[in-house]
Design a protein around this ligand. Structure first.
Ligand code: ATP
Ligand code: MG
Length: 432
């Protein structure tokens, strides 16, 4: 037999036994985003490579090392490594920024990055993200942080720490970059090759390097908060005041610079210690220069991305509740071929009412049908034999309790009516 082909490294199959976990995070993130007035946007899986070079930044890990790019028919395309660039491109292309501001959108999408696969770090992963365009107010920063926090709370997650920082605007950053350069210069030879180059082009990126040696060197580097201009400083203070008013706990971490170049002013991360080294479940911030950089007008904007795999891993480690798995509600077992047409009519009548109903498609013996119904975890079982059909009456068996109740079999309408009465009755039965 030929060997089957395996999935590429760093990708995952989400099989039916786990899909309810995805449905849980997809449902909650969508509901929370909509309750904050965000509408869903769907964008292409790939974009022209130039879009990411111009937005994410030429000196970032993402662009330098992690993009999946191809040349197809003489154009360079890249599988999206994140959702912000494509979303802003789409807002510009579809004229959304000419409509009432702020524009508020959310998405659930897959992202692709060529990284070393490990727990919580995949080559294809999924993000829930939001983007808000048009507001320069620190209240908007607080609003999206609150949105992310509401999602985490609604999923039942505990102990996820919010870290915030401000990385200033191009004015404050120029002075800071100069100070960083002076700090790292004496260590030039000890830095990794990528960072030696970054030292010239964008010293702040050194703070984001994952190499332990570089991190050790960066330990005592100057911090951006000492270089903020008055406007950036006031913005950061108002954000903190607002977070306190909303009783959102946070810590200031001056080391957060975020892995993408487009950020300005506020940056933040939600971090858990429950899933090992890859503990950032959500990262985001303000990117006031990005829209202009992508050819639009000067419109301030902000957003975040939340990794759904890491979210689910954390929920599992904290034993959070997920939506229950969808299961067969009624299994109808014909005892012989003569009963099959009736079984088929009844399952279809149940399905029309929105009930999940199944019957034998494998020509199984009656006994193995019983076994199969058990395996499915069917809630109810109906046996259709010639006696039952002649009498126009059978039994609906509750597989959890073993209790049997009589159900009419003389027509599909009667069958469905009785089924509704019994199942509703069962729902309200007090538990002993
Ligand atoms: P990290 O520092 O962990 O590499 P990042 O700064 O590259 O994260 P962002 O670009 O801000 O991450 O993406 C937002 C979120 O998407 C992250 O906080 C994380 O939850 C998730 N994420 C990023 N990269 C991956 C990946 N390779 N696999 C799984 N989830 C990821
Ligand atoms: Mg990364």
């Amino acid at each position: 037999m030929a060997k089957y082909i395996t999935r590429p490294q760093g990708t995952e199959d989400i099989t039916p036994s786990r899909i309810h976990k995805w449905h849980t995070v997809e449902k909650v993130t969508k509901e929370v985003a909509e309750s904050f007035g965000f509408s869903e946007i769907r964008i292409p899986t790939f974009e022209t490579t130039e879009l990411f070079q111009r937005s994410v930044g030429e000196t970032t890990d993402v662009v330098q090392k992690e993009m999946y790019s191809v040349i197809a028919r003489e154009t360079q395309f890249t599988l999206r490594p994140e959702g912000t660039a494509g979303t802003i491109r789409s807002m510009l292309q579809n004229g959304l920024l000419a409509e009432a501001l702020p524009q508020k959108v959310f998405y659930q999408l897959s992202c692709f990055r060529h990284e070393r696969p490990q727990a919580g770090r995949l080559r294809e992963f999924h993000q829930f993200g939001v983007e808000m365009a048009g507001s320069a107010s620190p209240y908007a920063d607080a609003e999206i942080i609150l949105l992310a926090k509401t999602v985490l709370d609604r999923l039942g997650l505990k102990g996820i720490q919010l870290n915030i920082n401000s990385i200033g605007c191009p004015q404050c950053r120029a002075k800071y970059q100069a100070a960083l350069k002076a700090y790292f210069e004496p260590h030039r030879e000890e830095l990794c090759e990528t960072c030696q180059e970054r030292l010239e082009r964008n010293p702040m990126r050194l703070l984001d390097c994952k190499s332990p040696e570089d991190q050790a060197i960066a330990k005592d580097a100057p911090i951006i908060l000492d270089y903020l201009c008055e406007e950036c400083s006031t913005h950061f203070e108002t954000l903190q005041k607002t977070l306190k008013e909303m009783q959102v706990e946070y810590a200031i971490n001056p080391k957060i610079v975020r892995g993408l170049d487009y950020y300005t002013k506020t940056v933040f991360e939600f971090i858990t210690t429950d899933i090992g080294a890859q503990g950032t479940v959500c990262g985001g911030g303000r990117y006031d220069g990005l829209i202009e950089q992508l050819g639009g007008q000067k419109v301030p904007a902000l957003g975040f991305g939340m990794g759904l795999e890491r979210l689910i891993l954390t929920m599992e480690s904290q034993n959070c509740e997920f939506l229950s798995q969808k299961k067969c509600e009624v299994y109808i077992a014909p005892m012989d071929d003569a009963a099959r047409p009736t079984a088929l009519r009844f399952v279809n009548a149940l399905r029309e009412m929105g009930v999940c109903a199944e019957f034998d498609l494998m020509d199984r013996s009656f006994k193995s049908q019983m076994k199969y119904a058990n395996k499915l975890g069917a809630k109810y079982l109906v046996v259709l034999g010639s006696n039952e059909l002649e009498q126009g009456e059978g039994q609906l068996k509750n597989m959890e309790t073993g209790e049997q109740k009589s159900i009419r079999l003389d027509s599909a309408d009667h069958f469905c009516e009785d089924y509704s009465d019994i199942s509703i009755g069962d729902m309200f039965q007090p538990k002993l």
